[in-house]
Write a protein that binds this ligand. Structure first.
Ligand SMILES: [Zn+2]
Length: 365
């Protein structure tokens, strides 16, 4: 069975496909239309019951899905993480309490996820509605005035559509991401935040002030500074650094070191640790990247795979747009471009599989 998360991502992919289909159907209809029909079609695109309204409906449905997802999934993840803490401390039979602190934390996580996804939907929606309407109406007008030159215009329009990147979102740092990848990032980030916040809150509720940050083989350069150490949640400990020292207070504010971070925070009890002295010493060292060369290499490989996956997504859109035109209608340049894109697609797919295999092997050693 698919998880909530997988289902939500599938909805994103389906919605994207539906929107593309609407746009492409309009282009195909326009290309073969007579003058009178072009006017009708132009109105259809602009009208409240036309293509733009259909696109709007698809995006609204995504928002409803996101809301349900946030409402159902976050309390579930949060409670599970609380239970993990009890298990770790060997007090699984203790009754789990859901305090006002927990309630507030869950509500905040739900709001953050829903709002981030809604902002992304709105940005994609506005982009489509403004650019597509403008382009399409411009195209129809040119078709009306230039009569028979529809083939060239369709080619031109599809070229433009590809360049516009309507499914691309810029994040807070200006980094461009495909809408599906953006949704994935937000879900993953909120998952990790929920797990960490629940774990930290639960640890404190049990009168324990210390947490340990996990240590990963393929950590990023940011977490390389902080991972594997023990921190004091309150910051009042004389033996350990404050949790707020991590990446400018990121854990206190967001429950996560950076977006997409996989590091976890779990309760730490010195009396249960055979290497408590060593751990304390290590935790108080100056912050510096503690990753080994192999670890840095492994991280870079993972990043490369991520970049390739992003390219595969973009590649898929471009192929779909170019394939809208029957072969005889594609310009020489578009024909060559399509061939190149398909070749690149198979290279990328093979590279991702090969690299993933190799990466898994390295990780095991
Ligand atoms: Zn990290």
């Amino acid at each position: 069975m698919l998880t909530f998360e997988e289902n939500l991502i599938i909805e994103y992919e389906k919605s994207k496909k539906r929107i593309m289909d609407i746009i492409i159907a309009d282009i195909v209809a326009l290309e073969t239309a007579t003058d009178a029909k072009i006017v009708t079609l132009t109105n259809h695109i602009k009208m409240k019951t036309g293509s733009l309204a259909d696109i709007y409906k698809i995006l609204t449905k995504l928002n409803v899905n996101n809301y349900r997802f946030a409402k159902q999934v976050i309390p579930h993840i949060y409670t599970k993480s609380q239970q993990e803490v009890l298990k770790l401390l060997d007090i699984s039979d203790k009754l789990l309490e859901f305090t006002t602190v927990d309630e507030k934390a869950v509500l905040e996580l739900q709001q953050r996820l829903y709002e981030n996804l809604a902002i992304a939907n709105k940005s994609v929606g506005l982009k489509i509605i403004s650019q597509y309407e403008e382009e399409m109406v411009g195209y129809a007008t040119r078709q009306l005035t230039s009569g028979g030159k529809t083939k060239e215009l369709t080619r031109e329009f599809l070229d433009d559509l590809q360049k516009k990147d309507i499914f691309t979102i810029s994040d807070k740092n200006g980094k461009k991401l495909n809408s599906v990848a953006y949704a994935k990032m937000n879900i993953k980030t909120t998952y990790s935040s929920a797990i960490n916040i629940a774990s930290i809150n639960q640890t404190v509720e049990l009168d324990n002030d210390l947490v340990r940050m996990s240590q990963h083989h393929s950590s990023c350069e940011v977490c390389g500074l902080y991972q594997g150490r023990v921190y004091s949640v309150s910051g009042n400990s004389t033996k350990y650094r404050a949790l707020s020292e991590i990446n400018d207070g990121a854990i206190i504010t967001w429950g996560i070191v950076h977006p997409n971070c996989r590091h976890r925070f779990t309760p730490y009890v010195p009396t249960l640790d055979d290497n408590a002295e060593e751990q304390q010493k290590n935790s108080n060292k100056a912050f510096s990247d503690n990753r080994s060369e192999a670890s840095i290499k492994s991280y870079n490989k993972r990043q490369e795979i991520n970049r390739w996956n992003n390219e595969v997504n973009k590649n898929k859109e471009s192929i779909k747009i170019l394939e809208t035109l029957p072969k005889i209608q594609r310009s020489q340049k578009q024909q060559e471009q399509l061939k190149k894109l398909k070749k690149r697609r198979s290279i990328l797919k093979k590279s991702i599989i090969d690299k993933n295999k190799k990466w898994e092997m390295d990780k095991g050693s």
